[in-house]
Design a protein. Structure first.
Length: 130
């Protein structure tokens, strides 16, 4: 797993294929990094991590694996690296790393539960189309 720069255009390219519903700005100033895995030179899995405010734990965003590389544990590997690095940079926050998922995304739910995340809250969100 390698750490990628915030705003790396390869992340945008992968998200367009692997997670087209993602609305994360890959250059969001709250991001403190992207983590990715490659197959040869091609980026095939990523996750970003941001902090909503200094001192808060990491919030994982846009976990994505290229469709041709799914089912190999790559999402878990990039998430583990992001969690490890995020907590190492802010050890005072404990283990409160969080993320969100679409309720219909059963595959993501299984991955997150397998890697120790717990379902704690359920909410609805809407996108402003104006």
């Amino acid at each position: 797993v390698e750490r990628l720069e915030v705003g790396d255009p390869e992340v945008d390219d992968l998200l367009a294929v692997a997670h087209p519903a993602a609305d994360t700005d890959t250059a969001d100033p709250r991001l403190f990094g992207w983590w990715g895995l490659r197959d040869g030179s091609a980026l095939v899995a990523v996750v970003g991590a941001l902090r909503f405010a200094p001192g808060l734990p990491p919030y994982l965003v846009s976990v994505a694996t290229h469709p041709e590389h799914r089912g190999r544990g790559l999402a878990g590997r990039v998430m583990a690296a992001a969690v490890r690095d995020g907590l190492a940079e802010s050890p005072q926050v404990g283990t409160g790393v969080s993320l969100a998922l679409y309720a219909s995304n059963d595959r993501a739910r299984r991955v997150y539960l397998r890697h120790g995340f717990e379902l704690r809250h359920q909410f609805e969100s809407l996108r402003n189309t104006r």
